[in-house]
Design a protein around this ligand. Structure first.
Ligand SMILES: [Zn+2]
Length: 263
């Protein structure tokens, strides 16, 4: 089913340069809570602004703190599109599989080892969106600018998405490190769903730890949460610098993702 109310959105409109931000970081901004009805379920989001730019803050895990494999990714991405956001910036926490973790990471590409997540809006029609450049270059450039202005160390590379919710074993990390640089549980399928919705999408990854199989001591989910909380002001600065820099016009090809995707 292709939800008509979503498919008919004019993705080239410049009238509402709303930026959706997906994650669970407390950016310390106030706003109005909204419930957005989508064909996939309700999504709660906060309308606010950052640097004078309207933003829609969408909590990935919601008030019930759903685990990554149960997050309703289709509803989240559909909510961004229905709110008429043209751009979706995702904040994801990851573990580093490289020897020296930096603070932040911008994925250029991904591989995934998930198992049971709906990964398309087009269940009844063969639709193959291109993934030769999975992340929007305009948002990536803006995030790079934001990182620089915030003085934050960052690296780029390949994101590996696992199903979770358990952390990885040493053997899994040995295998996964053949494929990518960081490992997380939330970056897929939202990256693909955003492309299907013709949204611009990029991810700002926060490296919270060395991947569990490489860490010297035991890794706890609480450690990950504390690191995220500690770096929240930096994340806010990076995002603010980035979205202020984004031009109104989308000069990338993300809004044409469906032009040749249907068979
Ligand atoms: Zn784009």
């Amino acid at each position: 089913m292709t939800p008509p109310q979503i498919a008919e959105i004019d993705s080239t409109s410049h009238s509402a340069p709303l930026v959706a931000i997906l994650g669970r970081v407390d950016l310390g901004v106030n706003g109005d809570m909204e419930t957005i009805e989508t064909p996939y379920g309700q999504v709660e989001a906060v309308m606010s602004s950052l640097g004078g730019v309207p933003i829609l803050l969408i909590s990935r895990h919601g008030k019930d703190r759903l685990p990554p494999h149960r997050v309703n990714y289709r509803a989240l991405v559909a909510a961004a599109a229905l709110a008429k956001a043209r751009r979706l910036i995702s904040v994801n926490t990851v573990g580093s599989m490289s020897p020296i973790p930096g603070s932040f990471f911008l994925p250029d590409d991904f591989v995934e080892f998930t198992k049971a997540r709906p990964n398309t809006f087009f269940e009844d029609r063969a639709t193959h969106v291109g993934m030769s450049r999975p992340y929007c270059p305009q948002i990536q450039e803006a995030l790079g600018h934001g990182l620089e202005k915030a003085g934050a160390a960052a690296s780029r590379g390949v994101y590996v998405c696992t199903e979770g919710p358990h952390l990885e074993t040493p053997a899994q990390i040995r295998m996964l490190s053949q494929y990518g640089d960081v490992v997380g549980m939330t970056g897929y399928p939202e990256v693909v769903l955003a492309r299907e919705m013709c949204l611009c999408y990029a991810s700002l990854c926060l490296i919270t730890n060395q991947a569990s199989g490489l860490a010297e001591g035991p890794l706890s989910a609480r450690d990950v949460g504390e690191t995220t909380e500690r770096l929240a002001p930096v994340i806010r600065q990076i995002l603010e610098e980035a979205i202020v820099r984004l031009p109104v016009e989308r000069r990338c090809s993300c809004h044409r993702a469906l032009d040749d995707a249907h068979i």
